[in-house]
Design a protein around this ligand. Structure first.
Ligand code: 3HC
Ligand code: NAI
Length: 692
């Protein structure tokens, strides 16, 4: 039973009980209908209250049931709401904490709504690529008015109950105990007839056609590849132009259409992927956490400064340690400048600015940071320097402090071995700019303690990052995969493409930036120095030397005013470079390659499937816990288009046998060795299964 029925005097109280957020799954829906029947059949009952146990009224339909027969099994949410709306006794929704999606739709089916302050009210379906499918698009405009309802439905953004206190949505705001307040309210309305119903309200908006047209235009321009926002407008339009029951039919059809779209499936995948990432199979959810009340960062360079800002933004004091006063001053000045820019843009109040600046302090003394609960090292990417730093940290840090490294390529187990407490060592791989990018790869060393891992995952949430755990390997999840993608990009240049053609082909898929524009932004010299180091001891790995030639020309990217593209001063636009294109053609000639015309499809497949194949190896080796973790890395750290759900999800939508067929085709071309199908990919395809 996932709702409880109780009687309080002459009032029946139905309390939804489906933790964590009282999702309206089949069992909960059935229990509400049962409760309603019981109350209606009991002559002693004069009114009915519906509320939710725990930390929500209701978070809405149970998303986990979507695409399963349970989602539409009777009683459907429509049926539940019909039973409530046709009740002969007044039904009151007693709302608190979270009232979203189907939860709000259920409340709109009630005759009255009372709420406590601070409850989050939303129809967030659009964020899952769907629209409110249980009458929300028809009832909310009736009670809140066309404009406010449309804004809430198209944006999905929660509004607090106190902001809506003066609207017709709430009949009363309850101070103090919600149930007592709702019971007192019930006593007042128990005998009032006729029972008010939201469906009977007339929408009065004289110039609605012009408003709807304006909304369509605006929403179309803003919704990119996602179909749901525009469909939301269509459904709301039906609330104004059609009779209630006909409007409901329009909403239902649009809902069923949207729920099947890949875009919606991708958004739901990302929703659950984000939450799944924080669950590690062998780390119990109740693992006691270490308290993190202060942070130290070693190195005030590009990464150290950004990392420190994350903690200050979360209200946690952070010390930054540098070797030289000059470097420290420079780092602190950059942080201040970043905050000043945000202040100037009006995105930060003066008070918050002052608070954050005050939370960040500099030091050159290791002794001063010894009491920090976690220290994050972000010094030069050289094992020798890391060794010095970690040996020192081992001496000065208090017992129980977490020792983290922001290394992007080095072996965290080796770094841990520089200390006498490898169980306290972990990798925290932030992405640049560290104060902006959502991804945090958390690198679990062989000896990392479970509570260190659990604490770091919790900390990532606190600083609003998507924490994804990776095992130790060269490049961890993200960069190990991107290496294969970059290799293909390089080969494509040798075989016939220009950088512009490659970039456009993936940008057409929805990538924020193609590999060459990305290289110019990040600095081509970074990859150059990594290649020099890495390929010395891995001569078996083939890669295109075009990028090295580019760097030898001094074209490091935007920072040198020239990279794969030309740049004009003060302009970030990438202009195709004749010089570079000539260099690429010459390089092909030097290699004896006859350049050919390459289709956008081949470009896209070679880039994405190379990610997928490496992802399959990573999964098989246990470097990533689950396919959705890999997708989260790519969605939050590498600009992979959200509506395609990440590389592994994308491969699932293409069909794994199709992925393999394409790979086998490319295996016959140059560097066919890059296309050795990962055993896990082959196995899943053979079994008719998918990654997710
Ligand atoms: N269905 C099933 N599970 C849900 C859920 C839902 N609607 N909403 C949240 N959950 C689960 C999460 O998966 C998570 O599970 P886990 O602990 O096993 O990982 C747990 O609830 C807690 O979620 P959060 O970590 O997000 O907790 P927060 O306290 O930060 O946020 C929340 C709570 C605001 C409710 C947030 O979870 C949220 O925004 N949920 C989505 C709400 C939503 O989109 N509702 C619309 C559903 S679609 C619908 O109603 C269709 C209808 O129109 C027909
Ligand atoms: P950086 O060169 O900008 O900054 C390094 C800073 O460390 C410098 O300010 C230097 O003075 C300081 N430093 C060097 N040795 C020190 C020591 N012994 N004690 C104290 N301070 C010392 O380098 P960046 O880019 O910030 O990189 C730092 C780390 O982060 C590296 O491990 C790098 O691989 C990693 N990383 C870098 C990313 C990037 O995009 N730049 C992305 C992700 C990780």
């Amino acid at each position: 039973m996932s709702a409880e029925y109780q009687v309080n005097g002459n009032v029946a109280v139905i309390t939804m009980k489906n933790p964590p957020v009282n999702g309206l799954g089949h069992a909960t829906r059935s229990a509400i209908v049962e409760g309603m029947k019981q109350a209606l059949n009991d002559d002693a009952i004069k009114a009915i209250i519906i509320t939710g146990a725990g930390k929500a009224f209701s978070g809405g339909a149970d998303i986990k049931e979507f695409n399963s027969p349970k989602a539409f099994a009777e009683p459907s949410l429509h049926t539940v709401i019909n039973v409530i709306e046709n009740s002969s006794k007044p039904v009151i929704a007693a709302i608190h904490t979270v009232c979203m999606g189907g939860g709000l739709e259920l409340a709109l089916g009630c005759n009255y709504r009372v709420a406590t302050a601070g409850a989050l009210i939303a129809l967030p379906e659009v964020k899952l690529g769907i629209l409110p499918g249980a009458g929300g698009t028809q009832r909310l405009p009736r009670i809140l008015g066309l404009e406010m309802a449309l804004n809430m439905i198209v944006s999905g953004t929660p509004v607090t109950s106190e902001k809506l206190a003066k609207t017709a949505l709430f009949n009363e705001m309850i101070e103090g105990d919600l149930l007592q307040g709702a019971l007192a309210f019930a006593a007042k309305v128990a005998d009032v007839r006729p029972l008010p119903r939201v469906r009977d309200i007339k929408i009065n908006y004289p110039n609605y056609e012009a408003f709807l047209q304006f909304s369509r235009n605006t929403v179309r321009a803003m919704s990119g590849p996602f179909p749901a926002p525009l469909k939301c407008v269509e459904a709301v339009a039906a609330a104004v132009t059609k009779k209630f029951d006909d409007g409901i039919k329009v909403e239902r059809d649009l809902f069923l259409e949207l729920v099947q779209t890949t875009e919606s499936k991708a958004l739901r995948h990302a929703f659950f992927g984000e939450r799944a990432a924080s669950k590690i199979p062998d780390v119990p959810e109740d693992t006691p956490l270490r308290a993190i009340k202060s942070v130290a960062v070693i190195g005030a360079g590009t990464m150290g400064g950004g990392i420190a800002m994350n903690f200050a933004n979360a209200g946690i004091p952070v010390q930054i340690l540098e070797m030289k006063q000059e470097a420290l001053d420079k780092g602190l000045a950059t942080i201040r400048k970043n905050y000043e820019n945000t202040l100037k843009k009006g995105k930060l109040t003066q008070e918050k600015f002052d608070q954050r600046i005050a939370l960040i302090t500099g030091t050159m003394s290791y002794e001063e940071i010894g009491q920090a609960d976690i220290v994050i090292e972000a010094v030069f990417e050289e094992m020798g320097v890391k060794e010095q730093v970690f040996k020192k940290l081992d001496q000065v840090m208090k017992p129980g402090a977490i020792l983290a490294s922001n290394t992007s390529t080095l072996d965290v187990d080796v770094i841990a071995s520089f200390t006498k407490r490898p169980e306290d060592v972990i990798g925290t791989h932030f992405f640049s700019p560290a104060n902006v990018m959502k991804l945090l790869e958390i690198v679990r060393g062989k000896k990392t303690a479970k509570d260190v891992l659990a604490t770091t995952l919790a900390l990532s949430k606190k600083i609003k990052k998507t924490g994804v755990v990776s095992g130790v390997c060269d490049g961890f999840i993200g960069n190990r995969m991107i290496e294969q993608y970059s290799r293909q990009a390089g080969f494509l240049l040798e075989e016939g493409c220009t950088p512009e053609q490659v970039d456009k082909a993936v940008e057409k898929l929805g990538f924020a930036m193609g590999p060459f524009r990305m290289g110019d932004l990040a600095g081509n010299d970074i990859g150059w120095s990594i290649r020099k180091r890495r390929y010395i001891d891995k001569p078996e790995i083939t890669y295109s030397k075009t990028a090295d030639l580019l760097c030898e020309m001094g074209r490091y990217g935007q920072k040198t005013g020239a990279g794969w593209y030309d740049y004009k001063p003060g302009d970030r636009k990438a202009y195709p470079s004749q010089l570079v294109n000539d260099m690429i053609i010459q390089h092909s000639a030097d290699l004896g390659i006859e350049r050919r015309k390459i289709t956008d499809q081949e470009i896209a497949e070679r880039l994405i499937f190379s990610l997928v194949n490496e992802g399959a190896y990573i999964l098989e080796e246990g470097i990533a816990t689950r396919a959705s973790d890999i997708d989260m890395v790519y969605l939050t750290g590498y600009g992979f288009p959200l509506h395609r759900g990440g590389p592994m999800f994308y491969a699932d939508t293409v069909g794994l046998p199709n992925v393999i067929m394409a790979m086998e085709k490319y295996a016959k071309g140059r560097h066919g060795d890059a296309w050795k199908v990962a055993p896990l990919l082959a196995k899943l395809a053979a079994e008719g299964k998918s990654f997710n």
